[in-house]
Design a protein around this ligand. Structure first.
Ligand code: NAD
Length: 347
């Protein structure tokens, strides 16, 4: 299949493109390339530099399926410019969907987010387990990012029909190694902090719950959907996670793993004040396993071990590149652009 991947130059996209090639598909990447093209180096993909806000239906010529990943991909970047976030994540998605329908591209996978389940109530349940959410749970997202994801989901579901078979994946927070590395995702951040600072902070004791999933499993679920019977996936939402973890559990897994490298690295855990905004939610992956027959299997521990084998443990300066941290990089890009050309926002 010729598969158009929006956001294919990103953390998940760079892994997905390689998985598509391994499965015999031909990826075509549409991306703004906020992080540059290096993540796709050595990858046999066709590249269309472009923005989903100006999605050109011509990009879908001879395309059999679309994996839609492009957009601002976390809370801080969405809050930094809420209007751009809305244009990209909400209206941009509507635009891609409309183009697919107009061009007769029936298969469509969407990278939504588990943060849709996060709400005021769950943040007050720190010392109890928050409700286990499934795809039928009524959601009340509260941040610019998750509100835009919910809007995009609703637009996709409205468009589903006999000739358009989209599937929505509510991905947990992702961990693991990618050629476009992110160190602003909780497990990856802990791995980086353990290597660089030899210390991990447990905010509010780290009792918060988070659904988590490895980047290879996320890529694999999109590839699996491309071959799934259409009646199983058309207009369906699936939670995608390996397991729900408490933040303190993740810190212990990272610290324990660092004690096993050669030479061993001792990592201290330290209590820190509760942040203003607490995110605390859990979700179930039962539907994904039973309906689609896919169960994410790469555990946090395996993934940490995998990252430690690939990352330089003795060159701590290597972790300072702002591209590894979405909000740092976007802020720098914005400042640079405005200095060069006033009013020429990178967004
Ligand atoms: N990483 C996670 O933990 C996680 C969890 C749940 C959902 N998601 C979703 O998965 C998708 C991919 O996330 P990621 O971690 O790979 O993020 P990323 O930021 O690494 O990649 C996003 C890619 O999209 C591109 N992009 C952004 N805006 C664009 C636009 N308007 N037009 C074209 N390209 C654009 C960027 O250049 C980048 O290459 C996102 O939609 C994100 O919201 C990610």
């Amino acid at each position: 299949m010729r598969v158009l991947v929006t956001g294919g130059g990103g953390y998940i996209g760079a892994v997905l493109c390689r998985r598509l090639l391994d499965a015999g598909h031909q990826p075509v990447v549409v991306d703004r390339f906020f992080w540059g093209r290096k993540p796709l180096r050595g990858c046999e993909v066709e590249i269309i530099p472009g923005d989903v806000r100006d999605f050109n239906p011509g990009w879908l010529r001879a395309v059999d399926a679309v994996c839609h990943l492009a957009g601002l991909s976390n809370d801080p970047t969405a809050e930094y410019n809420t209007e751009a976030n809305w244009q990209m994540n909400a209206l941009g998605t509507e635009r891609v969907v409309a183009a697919c329908k107009a061009q007769g591209v029936e298969r469509f996978t969407f990278a939504s987010s588990a943060s849709i389940y996060d709400n005021e109530a769950s943040s007050h349940e720190l010392l109890r387990s928050p409700t286990m959410c499934d795809e039928t749970t009524v959601v009340a997202p509260r941040g610019a990012y998750s509100i835009s994801k919910k809007y995009a989901e609703d637009a996709i579901l409205r468009a589903a029909g006999p000739d358009f078979s989209p599937v929505i994946f509510r991905q947990g927070t992702v961990y693991g190694y990618s050629p476009r590395m992110r160190f602003d995702l909780v497990v990856n951040t802990f791995v980086k902090d353990a290597i660089v600072q030899k210390r991990l902070y447990l905010h509010g004791g780290g009792w918060m719950w988070r659904p988590l999933v490895d980047v290879e499993d996320v890529a694999a679920v999109h590839v699996t959907a491309l071959a799934a019977p259409l009646e199983l996936i058309r207009g369906q939402i699936f939670n995608v996670l390996e397991e729900n973890y408490q933040i303190r559990q993740l810190a212990m897994l990272v610290a324990g793993s660092l004690s096993l490298v050669e030479p061993p690295i001792r990592v201290d855990l330290e209590e820190a004040p509760l942040p203003k905004l607490v995110r605390n939610y859990r979700m179930s992956n039962a539907k994904l396993s039973t309906v689609l027959g896919f169960t994410p299997s790469r555990t946090v521990l395996e993934s940490i071990t995998g990252m430690l084998a690939k990352l330089p443990l003795d060159r701590i300066d290597d972790y300072g590149d702002p591209r590894y941290y979405n909000i740092r990089w976007m802020t720098l890009l914005e400042e640079f652009h405005l200095e060069q050309r006033p009013y020429a926002s990178i967004y």
